[in-house]
Design a protein around this ligand. Structure first.
Ligand code: ZN
Length: 212
């Protein structure tokens, strides 16, 4: 199916415009500087290749900036009259918080009511990953996933709930109560109808296990 509304989609996936290659050498130098600054010897055996490893790791963990969201979904959009709730729950994700560059790990639950257009189910976790593989705050990531699907599918409604564990809170032993966070974005039918919202929330809480 042809995608016509490309501009808003790219605006939501706003950082895709970053086409320049990651400067791996600059990351390596920066990591070596951090090692020196904390009093370590970046030349010693165990650390000698650490700057290089960290640079490669960031390439992988932050590759969401350079993925084309339309390329991800393009071959998986279908005309379909199915009009019941489509729900993908317990999508595991790993992200990095933009305040500390430490992991946010958790689960995303995504639902929508189709309005003539559906997306192949395997693409929803791919989209979650694309938004997770950036420096994030959980609230923004939740909204980006919901708005992207809303713009792509023009469904009757979209709901996204994310449960995240923030290592910057747990590891540093401050604000422990803020370590686990749940965020949600409800659009269309999920916002307007309490019954629809409740059906979604019942679905994602059924048989759910605590986050970590
Ligand atoms: Zn943080």
């Amino acid at each position: 199916m042809e995608i016509k509304e490309t501009k808003p989609l790219y605006q939501i996936a706003d950082l895709f415009q970053q086409t320049e290659e990651v400067d791996q050498f600059a990351i390596q130098q920066a990591v070596a500087n951090i090692l020196r600054a904390i009093g370590e010897d970046p030349e010693r055996e165990g650390l000698a290749r650490t700057p290089e490893r960290v640079a490669r790791m960031y390439m992988e963990l932050l590759d969401g900036y350079r993925q084309d969201p339309l390329a991800i979904v393009n071959d998986a959009l279908f005309e379909e009259t199915y009009d019941e709730m489509v729900l993908v729950r317990d999508i595991e994700f790993f992200s990095l918080c933009e305040h500390h560059l430490l992991p946010i790990m958790g689960r995303a639950h995504v639902a929508y009511f189709p309005n003539g257009r559906v997306l192949g189910l395997s693409k929803i976790p791919r989209l979650v990953d694309m938004f997770a593989h950036r420096l994030q705050v959980q609230e923004r990531m939740t909204r980006q996933i919901a708005e992207f699907l809303n713009e792509l599918l023009h469904p009757f409604g979209v709901a996204v709930v994310i449960e995240g564990l923030h290592l910057c809170s747990t590891m540093r032993g401050v604000k422990k109560h803020e370590a686990r966070m749940t965020t949600s974005t409800m659009l269309g039918a999920f916002r307007k109808s309490a019954a629809t919202r409740q059906e979604f929330l019942d679905n994602i809480s059924r048989g759910s296990v605590p986050l970590f």
